[in-house]
Design a protein around this ligand. Structure first.
Ligand code: FAD
Length: 314
C-alpha cells in the first residue's frame, strides 16, 4: 500500500504548492503506516528537494507535457495501480484541476477537491474541504479503495524532514503524448502569485488595461506580485493566471492590497486567508471593506500613485 504524490517539476524547480503536497504525503503516509512515493514529470528533477522533504522513492516519466492532461492522468493512474496506491495526492493548481478528476475515473477512486488540511481520520479517510468559496469547511469521507486528494495551495506548511537517499525508477509504460512541444516560452519573470508574500491586485475600478501601471508601479515598489479580479482577466486586461478567487488562484500572502475591487464572495474565496487586507475603493458601501484590516475610501487614481511614492521614499 502506498501514498503517491504528484510532483510537478519545471525549470524553476518544485514550486511551493508541490512542496506542500510532499509534506502532506509524508504526514499521511506516517498515519497510514505506508510508503510514500513521488511521481515526477521530469527525469532530471532536483533530488535534493525531494530528499529534504522526506520522500525516498520516486517514479519519473518523460515526454508527456503537463498541458496534456489526458496523457498525464493516464500515466499517474497506471503508476497508482502498479504501486497499489491507497491515496494519490495532487496539488489543486491549474494542472491539478485538469487531471485530478480524470485520475479518479481511471483508478475507480473517490475524489476530494479543495482539500484544506490534513485528514481528520484515516479509517475511513475523512478530509476537510473548502466549500462556499472558502466561507465554510465540509468533511468528505472517501470509502473507495483509492482516494484522490486535490490539495488547495497554502493548506499546509511545508516541512523539511531529510531522508538518507532517494531511489529513482522510470515509469515503463507508454510515455508518448498527442501534444508535441515545439518551443518553450517563459510566461512571466514576475514573482509567482501563489507563492508571493505581498500582492497588489486590481479590479474593474481601474477602468482599463491602460491604467494598469498604477498597480504594477506599486507592486514593483513593494517587490510584490500582481493579481486581478475575474472580470479583469475575462476582459483580457490581464492574463488569467493573475485572476484570484473561487475560480482562480487561491493566495495567502502577508499583505493583499485590493484597488477598485468590490469584494464579491467569489473573489474573497481566493484571498480571505491573507494575513492583512488593505482595500482601496471609492464606494464606502463596497462589501470588501467588511473583510479589510485597513480601508481607504477614495479614488484609486489618486491613492495608488501617492502610496507608490510613499513606498519609494520609505
Ligand atoms: P466590480 O464588481 O465592477 O467592482 C468594481 C469596484 O471598483 C466597485 O466596488 C467600485 O466602487 C470600485 N471603483 C470604481 N472606480 C473606482 C475608483 N476610481 N477608485 C476606487 N474604487 C473604484 N470574481 C473574482 O474576482 N474571482 C473569481 O474567482 C470569481 N469567480 C466567480 C465564479 C462564479 C460562479 C461567479 C458567478 C462569479 C465569479 N466572480 C469571480 C465574479 C464576482 O462575482 C464579481 O463579479 C467580480 O469579483 C467583480 O469584480 P470587480 O470587483 O473587479 O468589479
Amino acid at each position: 500500500m502506498s501514498v503517491l504524490v504528484f510532483c510537478e517539476y519545471s525549470d524553476d524547480g518544485f514550486k511551493k504548492f508541490t512542496r506542500e503536497a510532499m509534506t502532506y504525503g509524508v504526514k499521511l503516509s506516517e498515519s497510514l503506516s505506508s510508503e510514500v512515493i513521488a511521481i515526477v514529470n521530469d527525469p532530471d528533477f532536483d533530488q535534493n528537494t525531494i530528499q529534504h522533504h522526506g520522500i525516498s522513492q520516486v517514479v519519473t516519466y518523460s515526454d508527456v507535457p503537463l498541458g496534456d492532461s489526458q496523457s498525464t492522468a493516464q500515466v499517474i493512474s497506471e503508476i497508482a495501480t502498479q504501486k497499489n496506491a491507497k491515496v494519490v495526492i495532487i496539488p489543486f493548481n491549474s494542472t491539478g484541476k485538469n487531471i485530478a478528476g480524470q485520475v479518479a475515473v481511471q483508478c475507480g477512486g473517490g475524489i476530494a477537491t479543495s482539500v484544506s488540511g490534513l485528514p481528520l481520520s484515516v479509517d475511513p479517510l475523512t478530509v476537510p474541504v473548502n466549500v462556499f468559496a472558502g466561507k465554510a469547511t465540509a468533511e468528505v469521507t472517501i470509502e473507495n479503495s483509492c482516494a484522490i486528494l486535490a490539495i488547495q495551495s497554502n493548506s499546509i506548511a511545508t516541512e523539511e524532514k531529510p531522508v538518507d537517499g532517494v531511489h529513482v525508477e522510470s515509469y515503463g509504460g507508454d510515455q508518448s503524448s498527442a501534444i508535441k512541444i515545439i518551443e518553450r516560452k517563459t510566461v512571466t519573470d514576475d514573482i509567482p502569485l501563489p507563492e508571493a508574500e505581498l500582492v497588489v491586485s486590481g479590479g474593474r475600478g481601474l477602468k482599463g488595461p491602460e491604467n494598469w501601471n498604477l498597480v504594477t508601479d506599486l507592486a514593483n515598489a513593494l517587490g510584490a506580485a500582481t493579481a486581478c479580479s475575474r472580470p479583469v482577466a475575462d476582459s483580457d486586461w490581464r492574463p488569467h493566471y493573475e485572476h484570484v478567487g473561487q475560480t482562480g488562484v487561491t493566495i495567502r500572502p502577508n499583505l493583499y492590497i485590493a484597488a477598485g475591487i468590490s469584494g464579491a464572495i467569489q473573489h474573497l474565496g481566493g484571498v480571505n486567508n491573507s494575513k492583512t487586507i488593505v482595500v482601496i475603493n471609492k464606494d464606502p458601501e463596497a462589501p470588501f471593506f467588511k473583510a479589510a484590516d485597513y480601508g481607504v475610501i477614495g479614488d484609486l487614481f489618486e491613492v495608488l500613485p501617492r502610496l507608490t511614492d510613499a513606498v519609494r521614499k520609505f
